[in-house]
Design a protein around this ligand. Structure first.
Ligand code: ZN
Length: 54
C-alpha cells in the first residue's frame, strides 16, 4: 500500500463510524456510541435512545 493510499484510508476511517468492522447505521443519543442494529435498548448504557444515523 502506498503512503497516499494509506492516508486516504485513514481519512475514510476518521469520517465514518464503524462497529465490528461495519459502518454503523445506528447511534445511541444517550452515550453517543455507535451500534450496528436498531436496538430497542442501547447495549452500552441501556437507554432507549438508539436512533438511525442521520
Ligand atoms: Zn447508549
Amino acid at each position: 500500500m502506498s503512503l497516499f493510499e494509506e492516508a486516504g484510508k485513514k481519512f475514510e476511517e476518521a469520517k465514518r463510524t464503524f462497529v465490528d468492522g461495519k459502518e454503523a447505521e445506528y447511534v445511541c443519543r444517550s452515550c453517543e456510541k455507535p451500534v450496528s442494529e436498531n436496538y430497542e435498548y442501547c447495549p452500552h448504557c441501556g437507554e432507549e435512545t438508539v436512533e438511525p444515523v442521520a
